[in-house]
Design a protein. Sequence first.
Lengths: 137, 383
Amino acid sequence: MTRALPGIDDENAYFWRSGGSGRLQIMRCGNCRLWLHPPGPVCRRCRSRALAPEPVSGNASVSRFTVNHQQWRPDLDVPFVIASVELDEQPGLFVTTNIVDCEPGDVHRGMRVTVRFEPMDDVWLPLFTPDVKEHEA
Amino acid sequence: MTRIIGERLAVFSGIGKSEVGRRTGRRVLDLTVDAALAAVADAGLEVADIDGLSTYPGGSPSGASLQDTLGLEVDWHNGGGEGPAQLGAVVNACMAVATGLARHVLVFHAMSAAESAGGLGGRGGGGRVGGEMQWMVPFNATSPANWHALEAQWHFDRYGTTREQMAWVAITQRAHAGLNPAAVYRDPMTLDDYLAARMISTPLCLFDCDVPVDGATAFVVSNADYGPDAPRLCPHVHALGTARHERPLWDQWEHSAGGTNDAAAMLWRRADVGPSDVDVALLYDGFSFMAMTWLEALGFCDVGESGAFVEGGKRIALGGDLPMNTDGGQLSAGRLHGFGHVHEAVEQLRGTCGERQVNDADVAVVSNGGGHISGCMLLTRSA
């Protein structure tokens, strides 16, 4: 699928290139331990500047989703699923993504998903796929 | 501490609207001039009486452009896209007349269907995305339709809301549009028509999305002491709701409907009336679901109950408990971006709506935007 990619800089490279190490990285406050997404220069709870990216499990639940059918651009393949997934590490830690490797109609609220990186140019897009363990269980 | 409700020093002395159409072939500045001159004349003023200028979001056309075009000399001017949605331009005008920075503020907003069509969805290819959009656009969550669809689906999942319920926002407003000669789409819509429409981003179909149009709207917001001298009835600004406590990011809301609830709660804190006193509701409907979130936020129904509230259309239709978007709203009358809702509220309180007039309309509520970009206002027929 064609995508407009993020411009990579010192502030966001940890996230967009975390696929290079195979582990999704999220910014975290070293003082109060709050996970922060999107990141900022200080913790939005305690205003500490002691922030650093840390790896997360990559496991999440689908919170909000939509199946996009509209072809907004000629080079857009439809339908596809846009979702806001809630990472297991913290309630309300949402990441917008695409749910892939399943039928769009099978996606549902609460669905267990896990990260799967898709390299494009200098970016690893964190997409999410149905959790195989859940399906085998 | 003294409680100040300064917006009560403001009235709407004049309103104006250009022609509105899917493709007018006219420039936005040209349309804006039509709306502005109509509003000034409606207020019983001369162009030279205008001493303030306010616009949203700025630049399309700019306040400077309109000022120079009309030869205005203003004591105060303002324009920008940040604030309590499109209503920000009105809120700032109220503050200007309340502080005495200006006496008669010309407020305007113009729309171009051609410019609307591109939007974020036009991005692609080699361009890189920065700022807050970088967290959504790489996943092709490029359209506001997608962002609001995420929230609508969440409501469906959590409360059992259905498309068969949501449909009645579009169906009812289309019926209202049939009574509004200026509306863009006026042919009746049935539930079958709605359910057969193509899907845009589940659960939102084509008829849940507003209609891009060319058109401009303008108002004159004046100091309330002008009211008795004005040739026409001047609805009073009774209260404004501008709060935003929610995280201001489309994909990081901690509460359902984002800041819509914050703005609505603030509105009632500043008001001497309550939801049961409202005679007509002009609720932002860039997408049908947005009007439903406003119904809940403003307390016309319980949270999660807006689907049942609109189902069948009786409550929100003319003659119902809460006539909503009586001009057809943006879904059928065209996307005047919140300014159409203000225009209709003034017309309803003046009693000039003809076939679509709400009987004895004394209190109107207007909302603009949704989520963390929300603003709302109560207008009353008398002070």
